[in-house]
Design a protein around this ligand. Structure first.
Ligand SMILES: NC(=O)c1ccc[n+]([C@@H]2O[C@H](COP(=O)([O-])OP(=O)(O)OC[C@H]3O[C@@H](n4cnc5c(N)ncnc54)[C@H](OP(=O)(O)O)[C@@H]3O)[C@@H](O)[C@H]2O)c1
Length: 246
């Protein structure tokens, strides 16, 4: 049990990559607090884990709202007494060509993906500092490294997460806290289900390993970064993309 006695928060855990990470952490022995904006869907995922004998709780929280994030931290400390691991997975996209992009869509994506991630980090760092240990894992995207047509807001938010990861890694390293990022490529989830068959085929041609990734592929790397095995790794961005970007 690689995460025995550890307590983790996973944001955006009602489906897709977040739900897979929550499951992987539970199976590794962690107690997990799952959150998303929809109380009912995240509760469904947590209840399924509990029925299988794992230790999971859920909370409604919108990471773009600082008060929600503080309430999530307080509830986690109340339920589980400590916070060892934070996975900043919640994210949205609102794609459009830059000149047609509404300010509303620019702001929503930056506020959720970048500012929400920063709120969650700031909120858990204090209890982690007191424990003199902690693991923060931020989910960025290969698009944050390469840019992408129609995703200026999303790419900027994901590039911002990389700068945030490296800066905070430097700030908290002396307190035993590591901060790393995972950059998935094309992972099959609701977020990517919107692509047309033709676009999916074009995307597949860009992946040397010849298949799309799964949420479990990302969850395996999150488990490694959260575990003792990754104790000497901080400020890194690990791509899980089948070789798409190299
Ligand atoms: N799928 C890919 O190919 C891919 C590639 C690179 C990076 N990523 C990144 O991986 C992460 C997960 O992606 P996914 O594909 O699993 O997406 P998804 O299927 O759309 O799931 C997103 C999750 O985030 C939650 N969420 C969204 N906004 C939130 C907010 N403001 N506060 C709290 N929870 C929120 C959603 O639940 P509610 O709607 O109930 O809030 C849901 O649980 C995202 O950061 C995404 O950018 C995905």
């Amino acid at each position: 049990m690689r995460l025995k006695d550890k307590v983790a928060i996973v944001t955006g855990a009602s489906r897709g990559i977040g739900a897979a990470i929550a499951r992987k952490f539970c199976e590794a022995g962690a107690s997990v607090m799952l959150c998303s904006r929809s109380a009912a869907s995240v509760a469904g995922v947590a209840e399924a884990l509990v029925r299988e004998g794992w230790n999971a709780k859920s909370a409604q929280a919108d990471i773009s709202d600082e008060a929600d994030v503080e309430a999530l931290r307080d509830l986690t400390l109340e339920e589980f007494s400590r916070i060892d691991i934070l996975v900043n997975n919640a994210g949205i996209n609102r794609d459009a060509l830059f000149l047609r992009m509404k300010s509303e869509d620019w702001n929503a994506v930056l506020q959720t993906n970048l500012t929400g991630t920063a709120y969650c980090m700031r909120t858990v760092i204090r209890p982690m500092m007191r424990q003199r240990s902690g693991r923060i894992i931020n989910i960025t995207s290969v698009v944050g490294l390469t840019g992408n047509v129609g995703q200026a807001n999303y790419a900027a938010s994901k590039a911002g997460i990389i700068g945030l990861t490296k800066s905070i890694a430097k700030e908290v390293s002396s307190r035993g806290i590591t901060v790393n990022a995972i950059a998935p490529g094309f992972i099959t989830t609701d977020m990517t289900a919107k692509l047309s068959e033709a676009d999916s085929q074009r995307m597949l041609e860009l992946i040397p390993l010849g298949v799309f990734g799964t949420p479990e592929d990302v969850a395996e790397v999150a488990l490694f970064l959260a575990s003792d095995a990754a104790g000497y790794i901080t400020g890194q961005v690990i791509q899980v993309d089948g070789g798409m970007v190299m």
